[in-house]
Design a protein around this ligand. Structure first.
Ligand SMILES: C[S@@+](CC[C@H](N)C(=O)[O-])C[C@H]1O[C@@H](n2cnc3c(N)ncnc32)[C@H](O)[C@@H]1O
Length: 217
């Protein structure tokens, strides 16, 4: 009877095991399965090349605007080092929570996150050296108030790097439907907001995207 009881207990536990809290519920493990983290996205497959092209110096204050799940948090925070700062900014509170737990789990004291507004990045004036906007600019609607708040938060001479889909008449249909305008239109909006175009960045292997650096005069 004793043995039967033990057998039934073990059987029950083994049946319940797949539903028990496990590493599968660890936020970082779940994160790895998030579509924004998929290497099928060009910017994820070429994440290291993108970060290298930014040429970040230790001590830099970097703001990642529209940071999503924080896929770029770790390489950017490591590039700025403990003396710099990484600020992940997004309007989605679930993404902001994910980024918070990511920073904690990775022990990145130089990383912080900000829940912003659709019309403003809500960062203080002249507080950022470098802003990166990766696959996010085309979501800013309308872009003008966002650009005004970005210009304000950059320090004079600070950099804005936009990496986004390069919409052309030959782009696949999903891209033409999803991205509202082409590179030239996006850059004109940024110039109209007061940014100065510096140059395109070369990201080896990254197709269907452009990467352009602009400056706050
Ligand atoms: C396609 S995701 C890109 C996320 C991340 N940059 C990456 O490449 O993994 C676009 C992100 O922009 C954010 N977003 C959209 N409009 C925004 C706004 N006005 N201000 C800040 N973030 C915004 C969305 O919440 C989303 O997380």
């Amino acid at each position: 009877m004793h043995r039967l009881l033990r057998f039934l207990t073990l059987l029950g536990l083994s049946l319940l095991l797949p539903f028990a809290p496990s590493v599968a519920q660890d936020p970082l493990t779940l994160l790895q399965r998030h579509p924004l983290e998929s290497p099928e996205r060009g910017v994820i497959a070429h994440r290291d090349a993108i970060v290298r092209a930014l040429g970040i110096k230790p001590g830099t204050v970097v703001a990642d605007i529209g940071a999503g799940t924080g896929a770029f948090m770790e390489p950017l925070a490591r590039a700025v080092g403990p003396g710099g700062r990484y600020i992940g900014v997004d309007i989605d509170k679930d993404y902001v929570k994910l980024m918070e737990s990511r920073a904690k789990r990775l022990g990145l004291a130089q990383a912080s996150v900000v829940l912003s507004r659709p019309d403003s990045i809500t960062l203080p004036a002249d507080s950022v050296d470098l802003m990166v906007v990766i696959d996010a600019y085309h979501h800013f609607a309308p872009p003008e108030p966002m650009l005004a708040s970005m210009l304000k938060a950059l320090r004079p001479g600070g950099q804005l790097v936009i990496v986004d889909f390069d919409r052309t008449p030959n782009s696949p249909r999903w891209l033409r439907e999803h991205v509202r305008a082409d590179k030239a239109t996006f850059l004109k909006e940024m110039e109209a907001a007061g940014f100065r175009i510096d140059r395109d960045l070369k990201i080896p292997g990254l197709e269907g995207h452009f990467a352009t650096r602009l400056l706050k005069p």
